[in-house]
Design a binder for this molecule. Structure first.
Ligand SMILES: Nc1ncnc2c1ncn2[C@@H]1O[C@H](COP(=O)(O)OP(=O)(O)OP(=O)(O)O)[C@@H](O)[C@H]1O
Ligand SMILES: [Mg+2]
Length: 1025
């Protein structure tokens, strides 16, 4: 389903065909008409399948920016009008979806808009990545974007074809992590056109950096570098002094660019010392360019005969490069030569030699500076701390923006290299897009109608073939002994390639006056004929610089940046070194590596077309463009595309990606082969008409089919994710459960261990518990584990009982009554009365005792005998003399006798005659005080309360209240009835219905306890000494 606002809507028929493949007729005329029509309507982009054709509009079009980016983000190629963003998006998606390294190759001639295109691509990638704003990724993106500005300052220059022409090739790798965020990058630069430092064509400029330095630095900075603001004052910049930087001179002034570049270097991470070094080196090059040499009269050509015309310049160079002045001067005027062994001699230059050396030095310094800047950016952008096992595999998008094919009135070694590079890239294009495709159709047995195209392999071969190729012949000339001139080189070329269809020279074609004898040769490039002048070929290929300069700069005392650019200056002069590779061979090697690298990636192509030679907006010169269309092989591209298929995939990979969209193939198919499974899948979707089945691959004709499949896959992915999540959650839960079980087992074991250990400990401690007389009284119970707390409580209780039993067991039966009484007394009085006399021996029947009652014990015994006969009691519970008070406040001495049947009040002075006898089962309770006094109130049902104080005891004031309470309580307990024992210091009384209180008052001077009565309240006066 194409969303609303898709390409169909905004690309009506009046805009021509958005894809050349859709043209009805496939002729050059139709192609050009469509290109022209679209260009006139501001549609500068058109597809050929996945290849984007772009025409430089030479004006600002409202096609870019965040809104446009949002329109393309996440879309398929055909959903929106053709655009660079769509290609960037496709490359990005291919990388993300399939983890494939991709590359975007931008080609076209100088000024066709390659660099601009690469910038838009970078902007797109920067805009759609890192939604989570990770700082490291933001940093990398920032450096990626900012590096362009710095590299353009040092590597771009105004040429007659392009005001901002890249004078170096650039291939930038961007590394992405598994989430698709850029985490690093690397820039390869190729063959900087360094001869531009020395000399430029009319109408051209040196590299921007020089003019930016002169025009953008402030006065102070200029003064420090001994520079004047006017570029016309310097040999190297004089030519371009009158020219501005670009077409929109108001916008891109050198001044402003200088600020921008300085700021960009700072943001990227150049230290201020490094930026200073860079500018000082540029200044030194400018000064170097102004140095002239004069041969003095007397010296002639001998040593010492050469002088520098402006000595001050030498000072400046020495100062700016932080090298000794004398050494600079010596290096400019002479060279040291190792003359066998360790001997070194100095050989003076002629003026021409010195100028040559100076120029070589200026070029080399600039080149090293440029390379250093690139390396510096790389070191900052490098993806750091990556571990593929931890972070997953990095993927890469490469963007290639390399100089386009160029033809000048005079073409030299640089143009030769540049055009060779374009031949190589065209080869790659043919390999990838045309040849490989056709070969694959054949291999897979797909019906296919062959398309003719021009294969430029033969031209590539002409240049790079070992031994005979132009580069090999050039190297041979460079390494030959003796003076080999460019002319001799041309002659050997002629000899080797006399019959090559793409090579010619004046020698071989004497009638062609457009070439000069002994100077020019011509190559019929795929993009057109180019006549090269051999002048300077050998020199540029050899790329020679006297070792003295390298040593000089390496030994710069104060400038580590400069030092770092000249590592080979370290070598001793006498060291014999291998001949360095020539510039041509280096370039060839780098091209081979580049092409190999690109071929290993999934390529996307942007083919740039320059509409006119005059850089004017809105004009498309038919002839000019037709030429480019022809040599870029665009028509063949369309034909191959029309005949071909948008996509192909091995059946297994296709299934892997789309098997979830069909019930026969999900999760695994049971059909005879993958091919059959794919066929079933496509039939279910009704797409079988748009595909062809190869031997091992499926060929899909239109992207729409692919998109349909992608969409149904996208719908199913969340369900599969859920499924996986379910399984994974289940696994996690099972793991958790297993762990819990283990924990519980351990806990159980541990508890069991704790219980066992506790029991063992108890056993150990209580071994001694049987030992009399303590029976384990002092044994400490160890704190039990929580589970054993109730058990231990029970045990402790049991133990106490057992111990009690052991103790009781040993008491003689005669003591038992006393013990029982004491226990009963304790139960009633413990904690309530100060002393209840438990330490005493309880004798009970004190009136019968001769010690207690010496005068009347026999009398009492007689009375007791009489009473026993009369009332038939069994035992005497208690007997004592008492002082009593009655309700008439009368105080009398009496005796109290308690048998197991009655409570008697006796009259001691009349042979213990019974005054009152109360059956014991009527006695309901006793009241005593909490003090030591012997007051007791006896309560009986239907009787007045009896208020008495035990007295006349031996020893005097013996404490017998506890005993009375104890024996009576024990007796009642034995009879199974309750006895109420109250302890109070103010005892309420009831006598014949009247309520009274009785309390105790200690009286030290009182000889005997006695009662008194004050306002109806009884008080026992107690002798309290
Ligand atoms: N999409 C565009 N929109 C507006 N102007 C453009 C566009 N593309 C290119 N230009 C204009 O064309 C000029 C040249 O473009 P660019 O520098 O990209 O060419 P190039 O192909 O890199 O050339 P060279 O091979 O010389 O480096 C730019 O400076 C700019 O003015
Ligand atoms: Mg460019």
């Amino acid at each position: 389903v194409v969303p609303a606002g898709g390409m169909e809507d905004s690309e009506g028929p009046e805009y021509g065909k958005p894809d050349f493949v859709l043209l009805d007729q496939m002729t050059m005329e139709d192609f050009m008409r469509n290109l022209q029509l679209r260009f006139k309507k501001g549609r500068i982009y058109t597809y050929i399948g996945e290849v984007l054709v772009s025409v430089n509009p030479y004006q600002e079009l409202p096609l870019y920016g965040p809104e446009a980016i949002a329109k393309y983000q996440g879309r398929e190629l055909y959903e929106r009008p053709p655009h660079l963003y769509a290609v960037a998006n496709a490359a990005y998606k291919a990388m993300k979806r399939r983890s494939r390294d991709t590359c975007i190759v931008i080609s076209g001639e100088s000024g066709a808009g390659k660099t601009e295109a690469s910038k838009h691509i970078m902007q797109y990638i920067a805009a759609v990545t890192n939604p989570s704003q990770r700082a490291e990724v933001e940093r990398v993106k920032d450096v990626l974007l900012k590096s362009t500005c710095v590299l353009e300052a040092f590597g771009n220059a105004r040429t007659n074809r392009n005001h901002n022409s890249s004078r170096f090739g650039k291939y930038m790798d961007i590394n992405f992590d598994f989430k698709g965020d850029p985490i690093g990058g690397h820039i390869h630069s190729y063959l900087l056109e360094k001869s531009r430092v020395l000399k430029q064509h009319v109408g051209e400029r040196n590299f921007h950096a020089f003019y930016q330095l002169l025009r953008g630095s402030d006065d102070k900075e200029l003064h420090e570098m001994h520079l004047e603001r006017n570029p016309a004052l310097y040999n190297f910049t004089r030519q371009g002094a009158g020219l501005s930087m670009g077409v929109h001179s108001a916008l891109d002034s050198d001044e402003r660019s200088h600020q921008a570049v300085t700021e960009a270097m700072r943001v990227i991470g150049f230290s201020s010392e490094e930026v200073g070094s860079v500018y000082r080196i540029l200044a030194a090059i400018l000064h170097l360019g102004n140095i002239e040499f004069v041969e003095t009269e007397e010296g002639g050509m001998q040593k010492g005969g050469l002088v520098v015309a402006q000595e001050a310049l030498v000072d400046h160079v020495a100062e700016l490069t932080a090298t000794p002045r004398d050494l600079v001067l010596r290096t400019l005027l002479a060279r040291t030569v190792a003359s066998g062994g360790r001997e070194v001699i100095e050989k003076g230059h002629t003026a021409a030699e010195a100028s040559y050396a100076r120029d070589a030095c200026a070029k080399a310094v600039y080149q090293r500076l440029f390379e250093w800047v690139v390396d510096k950016i790389n070191s900052i952008m490098e993806a750091r701390d990556r571990d593929p096992r931890r972070d997953g595999k990095d993927t890469v998008i490469g963007v290639l923006d390399i100089y386009g094919f160029e033809v000048f009135p005079v073409n030299s070694f640089e143009q030769f290299c540049i055009n060779y590079c374009n031949e190589k890239l065209q080869q790659l294009f043919i390999q990838l897009i045309l040849k490989q495709e056709q070969e694959e159709y054949e291999r897979e047995g797909i019906t296919w109608q062959s398309v003719e195209y021009f294969n430029n392999a033969t031209i590539v071969d002409l240049v790079e073939r070992p031994h005979r190729g132009i580069l090999a012949v050039l190297d041979e000339a460079c390494s030959a002994a003796g003076t080999i001139t460019d002319r001799i080189f041309l002659q050997s070329l002629d000899a080797y390639h006399r019959h090559h269809p793409h090579y010619t020279s004046r020698q071989l074609c004497p009638t062609d006056k457009t070439m000069e004898f002994g100077r020019d040769f011509r190559i019929k490039h795929y993009a057109g004929d180019v006549t090269y002048s051999v002048e300077g070929f050998i020199d540029k290929n050899r790329d020679f610089l006297f070792q003295d300069f390298k040593r000089l700069l390496y030994n710069s005392s104060m400038d580590p940046t400069l030092r770092a650019m000249w590592p080979e200056g370290q070598q001793d002069i006498t060291e014999v070194t291998k001949r360095p590779l020539t510039a041509g061979t280096l370039f060839k090697n780098s091209m081979v590596a580049l092409v190999e690298n690109l071929a290993s990636k999934e390529p996307f192509y942007v083919r740039c077309i320059k509409p006119n030679e005059d850089k004017v907006a809105g004009r498309l010169d038919e002839d000019h463009c037709r030429h480019q269309v022809a040599y870029l092989g665009l028509l063949e591209n369309v034909r191959v595309r029309r005949a071909g298929f948008a996509s192909r995939q091995p059946y297994s990979r296709f299934l892997l990606r789309y098997k979830m969209t069909c019930e026969y193939t999900w999760p695994n198919h049971l059909l005879g082969s993958d091919k059959a499974a794919v066929s079933a899948l496509l039939e279910q979707h009704g797409l079988q008409g748009d595909v062809a089945f190869g031997h091992s691959k499926l060929f899909i004709r239109s992207p729409r089919t692919l998109v349909t499949l992608e969409q149904s896959r996208a719908r199913l992915i969340p369900i599969i994710v859920l499924l996986l999540q379910k399984a994974w959650r289940g696994t996690l839960a099972r793991w958790h459960c297993r762990r819990l079980r283990a924990v519980y087992t351990i806990m159980r074991g541990f508890r069991r261990y704790k219980v066992r250990a506790h029991l063992a400990e108890l056993q150990r401690r209580f071994q001694a518990a049987r030992q009399p007389p303590l029976y384990g009284r002092d044994l400490v119970w160890p704190p039990p584990p929580t589970v054993l707390q109730p058990f231990q409580d029970t045990c402790q209780a049991l133990f106490c009982r057992w111990r009690a039993r052991q103790l009781v067991k040993n008491i003689p039966p005669s003591d038992m009554a006393q013990i029982k009484a004491k226990v009963a007394a304790m139960g009633a009085l413990q904690g309530l009365r100060q002393d209840w006399g438990c330490r005493r021996a309880w004798n009970r029947d004190y009136l019968s005792s001769a010690t207690d009652n010496p005068t009347a014990s026999s009398l009492f015994a007689q009375q007791l005998k009489k009473l026993r006969e009369k009332d038939g009691f069994g035992t005497v519970l208690f007997s004592s003399h008492v002082r009593k008070v009655n309700r008439f406040h009368k105080r009398r001495d009496r005796a109290l006798l308690l048998t197991d049947r009655h409570l008697y009040k006796l009259e001691p002075s009349r042979q213990y005659r019974v005054m009152r006898a109360v059956p014991l089962d009527r006695v309901t309770g006793l009241s005593v005080t909490s003090g030591r006094d012997q007051l007791v109130v006896l309560h009986a049902r239907g009787q007045d309360d009896l208020v008495v104080c035990l007295h006349r005891s031996q020893p005097p004031l013996d404490n017998r209240i506890g005993e009375l309470v104890g024996v009576l309580s024990a007796h009642c307990q034995g009879e199974g009835r309750a006895l109420e024992v109250r302890v109070s210091d103010c005892i309420p009384l009831s006598q014949r219905g009247a309520r009274r209180l009785v309390s105790v008052e200690p009286r030290p001077e009182q000889p005997e306890p006695d009662f008194c009565c004050v306002r109806g309240t009884f008080t026992l006066l107690w002798p309290s000494h």
